[in-house]
Design a protein around this ligand. Structure first.
Ligand code: ADP
Ligand code: MG
Length: 252
């Protein structure tokens, strides 16, 4: 029996004025996938996540998320946007930043209750940041802030987690820790992660989509150099890295 996809994009077209961002893009995401969407800067990756969130309406094509419209499904979707880190003096604590993630559940007329606080503590513990809860968010390192943003997304109890370039502003040691964190989450969640860093992504995810305005590939991790070259429009090479094939962009 066919398992229904939880995200189904069919033949999506998005333009920003004269600038085409997505052309004829289709994508299926299944429960418990850990999908990496890779492609060059400007390739439409962030746009694609916004289509899944219902923040951008495609000019053409159909979008279904949990077999509903993206707007109806949004309360089941956690999102960590591509962002710059907080300013050092940003006046909010780690605890407040995560608790605010309960906002959509609490609604504007309800105060946070014990359940909200319990979920906040659980999410912070889950990303290893509970002991930092009293700190000002901007005083944390990049990797620590990313963990807090993931906790903020998790606290709303999503069934699907969308991460836009989550490791862009953290160093390589922190990146390894961050991927270990995602490893621990992927049994209970479906994860779609966008990145322009093919090397790191291909080691950790289960499935890959290559996006550069069009979808060049979508499937298991066994992508060929030819597909990557078509996506990035420049030479790409595969290098052995331990037992896992590791794919990197060749200097060009
Ligand atoms: P990626 O996340 O892969 O870097 P984006 O989805 O951010 O790509 O952008 C895809 C294309 O759409 C780029 O050419 C970008 O300049 C353009 N674009 C993105 N957002 C906007 C916007 N709000 N207005 C105009 N053009 C945009
Ligand atoms: Mg982007």
């Amino acid at each position: 029996m066919d398992v229904p996809a939880i995200v189904e994009l069919k033949d999506i077209w998005v333009n920003y004025g004269e600038v085409p961002a997505l052309e004829n893009v289709s994508l299926s995401v299944f429960e418990h996938d850990f999908l990496g969407i890779i492609g060059p800067n400007g390739g439409g990756k962030s746009t694609l996540l916004k289509v899944i969130l219902g923040l951008i309406k495609p000019e053409y094509g159909s979008v279904s998320v949990f077999r509903q419209s993206p707007e109806q499904a949004r309360s089941h979707v956690g999102y960590v946007s591509q962002r710059y880190l907080f300013d050092r003096d940003f006046p909010a604590s780690v605890w407040d930043v995560v608790l605010m993630g309960r906002y959509s559940r609490a609604g504007i007329l309800r105060r946070y209750d014990d359940r909200d606080r319990a979920e906040t503590a659980k999410a912070l513990a889950g990303v290893g940041m509970l002991e930092h809860r009293g700190k000002q968010i901007g005083r944390l390192s990049g990797g620590e802030q990313q963990r807090v943003f993931v906790a903020r997304a998790l606290v709303a109890e999503p069934r699907l987690l969308l991460l836009d370039e989550p490791t862009a502003s953290i160093d390589s040691t922190m990146q390894t820790e961050f991927y270990d964190l995602l490893e621990g989450l992927k049994d209970s969640l479906t994860i779609v992660m966008v990145s322009h860093d093919i090397g790191a992504v291909s080691v950790h995810v289960d499935k890959i989509a290559c996006l550069n305005r069009q979808m060049y590939y979508h499937g298991s991790k066994e992508i060929t150099p030819e597909i990557l070259e078509a996506t990035y429009q420049c030479p790409v090479q595969l290098i052995a890295h331990g037992t896992v094939p590791h794919r990197v962009l060749r200097e060009h």
